[in-house]
Design a protein around this ligand. Structure first.
Ligand code: ZN
Ligand code: ZN
Length: 214
């Protein structure tokens, strides 16, 4: 395992600053790896991490676990919490690591004379014993790990929008292959300027025909 100072430099370089959340993320990453007994020298994809927020803390976890969105070893489940679940994909063993309550206040004790609470947390989170800083709990995943990882090279195309779908993320509705957006799980719609009402109603009709058999 790399020394904590090296990990902090690595995450700070990505952010051009070092903040308490990065320190906490690094400590969470170290605790998660230790709990599973998977050291960072391995470069396979055995370790999978679910991190429960985006932002600075997530990068602290990522750097320490050496798990990345682009390698498909990091999944962001945005609960707005700086916590993470570490999964050994070979054994299915999983542990969730989260900060203890009130660590902001406890950190002050480990950094007497710090010029403000931000500086106290930055230093305190480095020095606090793991049990005082974090809780680690064995958990069972409620998601299908095999389906989540899927198989390399699998792809198909949506029968409505024709866009390619990777990693078996399609939805089959009544024998029709749909992407999740066309199946209704949308987080966007065409801007109205680009999408006259006629276009939108045609799109809705197309999906409707597929979803509701005549
Ligand atoms: Zn930050
Ligand atoms: Zn589609």
């Amino acid at each position: 395992m790399k020394p904590i100072e090296e990990l902090l430099c690595q995450t700070a370089a990505m952010h051009r600053h070092l903040c308490p959340r990065q320190v906490l993320g690094v400590r969470i990453g170290l605790a998660g790896r230790a709990a599973l007994g998977l050291d960072a020298s391995r470069c396979d994809k055995r370790l999978l991490v679910f991190v429960e927020t985006d932002g600075c803390g997530a990068d602290g976890v990522s750097v320490t676990a050496d798990c990345w969105v682009g390698r498909r070893t990091l999944r962001v489940i945005d609960f707005g919490k700086l916590a993470a679940t570490f999964v050994d994909t070979h054994t299915g063993q999983a542990v969730r690591v989260a900060p203890q309550p009130s660590i902001r206040e406890v950190a002050q004790r480990y950094a007497p004379g710090a010029r403000n609470s931000w500086a106290a947390q930055n230093k305190g989170y480095r020095l606090m014993p793991t049990a005082e800083l974090l809780s680690t709990q064995s958990v069972t995943l409620t998601v299908d790990l095999e389906a989540l990882i899927s198989r390399p090279g699998v792809r198909t195309a949506c029968e409505v929008c024709a866009e390619e779908i990777m990693n078996e993320r399609e939805v089959i509705y009544d024998g029709t292959v749909l992407c999740r957006a066309c199946a209704g799980a949308v987080y966007y719609r065409p801007a109205l300027d680009d999408a006259p009402a006629a276009y939108l109603s045609r799109k809705v009709d197309q999906v409707h025909q597929l979803m509701v058999p005549a």
